[in-house]
Design a protein around this ligand. Sequence first.
Ligand code: URA
Length: 249
Amino acid sequence: MSFESEPTGTASIRLQKALATAGVGSRRASEQLIAEGRVTVDGQVAELGTRIDPDSAVVRVDGKRINLRADLVYLVLNKPAGVITAMSDPHGRSTVGDLLGDRADRLFHVGRLDADTEGLLLLTNDGEFANRLAHPSHGVIKTYVAEVSGQVDPKLARRLRAGVELEDGPVAVDGFRVLDLSADRTLVEVSLHEGRKHIVRRLLAEVGHPVRRLVRTSVGPVRLGDQRPGTLRSLTPEELAQLFQEIGL
Ligand code: URA
């Protein structure tokens, strides 16, 4: 038996190994982080040689939580238009679950996109994470790009920031800008920290610009980028750490 092997019969592993497995960096780089005092375990600054139980230890690097649980899955889907946000559908409509294959039964979606809305949808089997992220009190900002009818006056930004009254209460945007303008349509970017049903469509219709096409391009620090429609990717350790921070995990 080499000195590097882990004891059997215990869930404890070396901290640098856990960090490396979580994608923080190589074992050597992880040791360096520990030596520099940048890693805490359950609130205490860790030392080289620290062993942890990855199922229960709360490990942070520079204050940011690192996921050490190999069984927890955090995915980004670029949801295509025409797919409903559900894992299955008794009416035979196309669902997000169809895009997940045999993973569908273990995962759930974080919030919803309308069937006609495209873009970034998070999927996970971490219930606490999903609940917190979906809750408006954590104020995670979601950004959408909308193609709307008509020419949008850039001054609309001020009105949207001040708040617009909808039938179920006011909504105020966190950000708004015109991306592109042509004769009969405008491309706008809207950021919001709430998630009421059809909120972006209702908001823009209320100010006279019905939505023709809607794409969610980011959720907090996670961006859709050029990910192809219908494809999945894992959140990076950095994205996950930032999201954990935003939702207080
Ligand atoms: N707002 C909408 O109107 N639809 C969505 O799918 C998401 C936000």
